[in-house]
Every structure is written in C-alpha cells, then in structure tokens.
Design a protein around this ligand. Structure first.
Ligand SMILES: Cc1cc2nc3c(=O)[nH]c(=O)nc-3n(C[C@H](O)[C@H](O)[C@H](O)COP(=O)(O)OP(=O)(O)OC[C@H]3O[C@@H](n4cnc5c(N)ncnc54)[C@H](O)[C@@H]3O)c2cc1C
Length: 400
C-alpha cells in the first residue's frame, strides 16, 4: 500500500516554470508541494535570454533585484551573415527600448536564474520542495481531489495539480496524446570562461550569425565572466529514433563554410552533448478539472525567438491572477487561464517556427528579400511589440 500525503497545490517539475509557479502561488497564500524527478534541483550550464515580458514577471515575484546581480545588460541584438561577416540588422536595447517596454533585455546563466528562484522557494514557508519524485501518473479521484503517483511508490492527494514537467511531459497525457516533433535541427551549447577566449569578442551584443541551415548565437553571461555559445544546424542524416545524426563531425562540416570569425568561435563550442530540437503543435486544451499544464509541458517551442522560459513566466502571472480572482473555484480559474494563454502561446510557437525558416533560408531570392527587410526594420521596436510588450501594453491600458 503506497504512502499518501495530502496537499492543497502540487506542481510537477522543478524547472524554471515549476519553481516560478510555486513562488507565484505561495506569494498568494497557497500552500504548494513541488515534485522533481532529479536527485537535485538544477539547470543546464548554458545561457538564457530574458526579454522585458519575462522581467515583468520576475519583478512581480520579487526576485528581480537579485536577478540583476547575476545578469548582463546587452546594448544590442545583432544579426550577421555567417558567410561574409556583414551586419544584417540590429535592435538597440538602450534607453528608448527600456522606456517603451518598461524593463531591460538581459542575458544570464540558466543556473543563476534557477538558483535565485530555488532560494526564494526554499525561504518560503508555504513551499515544500521534494526531489527523486518521478511522477508516473496523475488521476482524478473525484471532482475535488487528484492522485499523483511517483516511481518511489509514494502518492500525493492534491486539491489542484500543475504539470510543469517540460517538453517530454508525462502529465500532459491526461489532456493530449500527441508527441514532440523533431525539427531535424540540433544544438551544441555551453559557456566557457571569457579568459579562455583569445578572439576579439563583442561584450555589448547578443550576436546571431546566420546562414542557410545554420546559426550561431553568442553572448556574455554571469556578469561578463563567461561567454555563452549555441551552434545550431540542420542535419542531413536525420534518422527517427536514433542518436546517430547531428554529430560533431556534421557540426564542423556545416560551420567550415563560414567566415573566419565564426569558424574560430566554433572551436570553443562544447561537443560532449547534442540537443536535438523539438516542439509540438499547439493544443487548445491544457486543463482537466483541477489539473492544468504550464511552460514547455503546455507549449514547447523551437528556441529561435528565445521565448520558451519567458512564456512559462507569463503563464505564471496569468495562472496566479486567475486563482486569486476565483479563489473558491479552481476549475474556473484553470479554464480562464487556459483560454487566455493558449492563443498567445500558440502564436509564439508558430512564429518561432517561421522565424527559424527565415533565419535558415536557402533560396537566394528569399535571402535577398529577407536581408532587405532586415535592413529596413533595423532598430524598429514596433516589430517586437507583440512579443516583448505583453505587460507594457496591459499596464498602459489600465492607466488610460
Ligand atoms: C537551445 C535552447 C535555447 C533556449 N534559449 C532560450 C532563451 O534564450 N530564452 C528563453 O526564454 N527560453 C529559451 N529556451 C527555452 C527554455 O529553455 C524552456 O522553454 C524552459 O526551460 C522551459 O521551462 P519548464 O520549467 O517549462 O521546463 P523544463 O526546464 O524542461 O523543466 C521541467 C522539469 O520537470 C522535471 N520533470 C520532468 N518529468 C518529470 C516527472 N515525470 N516527474 C517529476 N519531474 C519531472 C525535469 O527534470 C525538469 O526539472 C531555449 C531552449 C533551448 C533548447
């Protein structure tokens, strides 16, 4: 007979989405258990870009000041041609950007963000953090209770459950029977000490080098102590259910065609681990009674707009707002949360795919037109209004 623990709110998954959810709920007076499958709460050794729409959430969670201590504040987002090295477009992140979107654009180490959230959760009396808890099943017992069963034969009976268990979500099975879709692109990424790089690197910019079927992203993190690089390319040897594609040899083959600066940068990219890139089709239903999804479990997207974590954080604000509005009616709060978030996140998921196709275009005419548009749109913050201005727009609407 499995051991039972009763709890009001239960979050499955202790990534950025899960921890931020626990904090948002706890700050609103809810008592929360977080179940994480890993032996400890950790994040990857790589970087993360956070746009103003994410910073608005971190501010609401009262962790923004601590986040700023670990962040780098780049001056520009720059796209360059990876073959000839020419600058194609840029977005100035200075004063007028900050004024318009009410927060800056920052880059930081994932594990620094995760650690800030984790410490805030650890210091909150309403949050219980549990590791080595691999959730295997989520079942409705009745219309007020949900049973969560773990691999170690423990069970939790919760009044509400939020599945924040990432791209390969197990809890998503309660509401959908779909599977992640492989883009046939693969990423190699990691951060190295700045002191190990002998090349001349731009400390003020987030740089994206693009060419047909590939790109390389570079930016400094951890107050400028580390340099983060993500090299991405389309494998021409993709095989379903196999790990024998997107190899380090293919990485070199793809990037050997690039300008010297990119070729030199690729030498510093970690090769120990490859990340095949997946997303899923947007779905309209994340909710079943007192269960709902959040973050990558709900809307995994390709990383090209650098918005996956930002969208998970946006989810948190919406979910906590709906729960405070309908304090005694969790089902209603979850349904309204889903209604508000599914349209927005589907738009970001779809745009991330299209943006990827644009960056990786092969056809000469498409490239010509794209580069012309890039030039015309340089420093046009209106083009990113829909993405970064989510909360800025709402707060202006409230004032007027
Ligand atoms: C190359 C790359 C670059 C990216 N760059 C950016 C960027 O710059 N900006 C940005 O906003 N986003 C970026 N993203 C996306 C971002 O990383 C994700 O969207 C974000 O981490 C999702 O957080 P999450 O908490 O929803 O899921 P995850 O981070 O996947 O966390 C899920 C957690 O659940 C746990 N878990 C899983 N299954 C179970 C289970 N059965 N039981 C218990 N626990 C479980 C996992 O161990 C994990 O801790 C990038 C993604 C990639 C791949």
């Amino acid at each position: 007979m499995a051991e039972h623990t009763k709890c009001p709110f239960l979050v499955v998954g202790g990534g950025i989405g899960g921890l931020a959810t626990a904090l948002g709920l706890a700050n609103n007076g809810k008592s929360v258990h977080v179940l994480e499958q890993a032996p400890e709460f950790t994040e990857l050794g790589a970087g993360l870009q956070l746009a103003p729409n994410a910073l608005a959430v971190l501010d609401q969670l009262s962790v923004l000041e601590t986040i700023y201590e670990h962040a780098v504040f780049p001056k520009r987002l720059v796209i360059k041609d990876a073959y000839d090295g020419k600058e194609l477009t840029t977005l100035d992140l200075g004063e007028s950007f900050r004024e318009k979107f009410q927060y800056p654009y920052i880059v930081m180490h994932r594990s620094d963000l995760h650690m800030v959230l984790l410490n805030a959760c650890r210091n909150h009396k309403n949050i219980q953090l549990l590791t080595n808890k691999q959730v295997q099943a989520v079942d409705h017992i009745n219309n007020k209770e949900i049973k969560v069963s773990c691999g170690d034969n423990t069970e939790y009976i919760a009044e509400a459950v939020i599945g924040a268990d990432g791209l390969w979500s197990n809890t998503r099975k309660l509401v959908a029977d779909d599977k992640p879709i492989c883009s046939e692109y693969v990423a190699y990424r990691g951060a190295i000490p700045i002191s190990e790089i002998s090349e001349d690197i731009g400390m003020d910019d987030v740089i994206m080098w693009i060419a047909p079927n590939l790109h390389l992203v570079q930016y400094p993190i951890r107050r400028g102590e580390l340099y983060n690089q993500v090299a991405v390319f389309k494998s021409f040897h993709y095989k379903e259910n196999s790990d024998e594609w997107g190899t380090p040899e293919e990485l070199d083959e793809h990037f050997n065609k690039c300008c010297t600066k990119v070729q030199n940068a690729i030498k510093y990219v970690h090769r120990q681990r490859r990340w095949p890139m997946y997303d899923r089709e947007p779905i309209e239903n994340w909710t079943s009674g007192r269960f709902t999804l959040l973050g990558d479990a709900a809307h995994p997207m390709l990383q090209y707009l650098a918005q996956g974590a930002c969208q998970a954080l946006e989810d948190v604000v919406c979910l906590t707002e709906k729960l405070s509005e309908h304090d005694t009616d969790i089902e209603k709060a979850f349904l309204e949360y889903q209604q508000e978030r599914t349209t927005r996140t589907a738009q970001v998921q779809r745009n991330a795919r299209t943006w990827g196709d644009t960056l990786h275009a092969e056809d000469k005419i498409t490239i010509l037109l794209r580069n012309k548009l890039f030039k015309q749109n340089a420093n046009n913050t209106n083009a990113v209004d829909w993405l970064y201005g989510h909360f800025a727009k709402k707060s202006k609407e409230k004032v007027t």
